[in-house]
Design a protein around this ligand. Sequence first.
Ligand SMILES: NC(=O)c1ccc[n+]([C@@H]2O[C@H](COP(=O)([O-])OP(=O)(O)OC[C@H]3O[C@@H](n4cnc5c(N)ncnc54)[C@H](OP(=O)(O)O)[C@@H]3O)[C@@H](O)[C@H]2O)c1
Length: 280
Amino acid sequence: MTVLVIGATGKTGRSVVEALTARGVKVAAASRTPDTAHHGDAVRPVRFDWADRGTWAPALEGASGLYMVGPYAHPTGETLVGELLAEAPDLRRVALLSVIGADRLPPEVMMADWERDVRASGKEWTILRPNWFIQNFGNAFAAGLRDKGALDLPAGDAALSFVDTRDVAEVAAAALAEDGHTGQTYDVTGPQSLTYAEALKTIGDAAGKDLTYHPISHEQAAENLRAAGVRERAITWQRGLYDLIHEGVNAPVTDVVERATGRPARSLAQYAAENAATWR
Ligand SMILES: NC(=O)c1ccc[n+]([C@@H]2O[C@H](COP(=O)([O-])OP(=O)(O)OC[C@H]3O[C@@H](n4cnc5c(N)ncnc54)[C@H](OP(=O)(O)O)[C@@H]3O)[C@@H](O)[C@H]2O)c1
């Protein structure tokens, strides 16, 4: 089996490449700039761009499996997942990266469209709906935590079962390489539910510094995003995600990682210990 990994240079895709190659599965790693992507000798880099249909068929050549990060930054990306699958007759199995609560999010998020088209594709599909990534603390939130020791978010005191992207990737690899996951929509979560204040305490303890969570209003969050040049569409998207958090959708803990991989999900404390220098 060869699996095409779309999003292979990103947070989940990079780990999907590692998880599949560890299982001995052949991987074609997609990127808009495959020449600059470094995955090791066992992986074939291929050029793929959602915005350039001429790249689709050559990237899919020889692939019977697909891990897919959808065209989330594409302004008219709603139909692209279905269109790609319609152009992939030899593809047998698909794992789609979605998000927890996808069916309750505003249409700007597009994931409900992608999920519908994957389910209707006639392929052996698995949909992964992860919670917010633990890795956000070491990526998107890292500079603020390092420089100001603070994180401002409109999440109130709601709890989330943050998930490690390596676990999301290992569930995806199991879904693609093993039988028994077809037709499943998995809420993929970490092992415990934490408020942002509790999460920052965990990270601060590992980094040896005080980190403070400031709950802010939706309006303040939108203003901050506008000031940073974020487009209205993405601001609406963010608002939808935070509304779900307030409704408690992100709080439950599932056993999906343990069932799919045979071991417990990684904790935020483990990630914080591994990456303590990031926040110093
Ligand atoms: N952050 C969270 O907490 C969270 C939680 C749940 C779900 N999600 C969802 O996860 C998705 C992002 O996944 P990720 O974090 O694994 O990825 P990521 O780290 O955001 O990386 C984006 C990937 O997409 C590729 N890409 C960007 N534009 C592309 C295009 N036009 N054509 C082809 N590939 C393109 C990039 O590849 P190149 O640049 O190499 O081309 C890169 O590999 C989003 O849909 C988000 O909603 C995020």
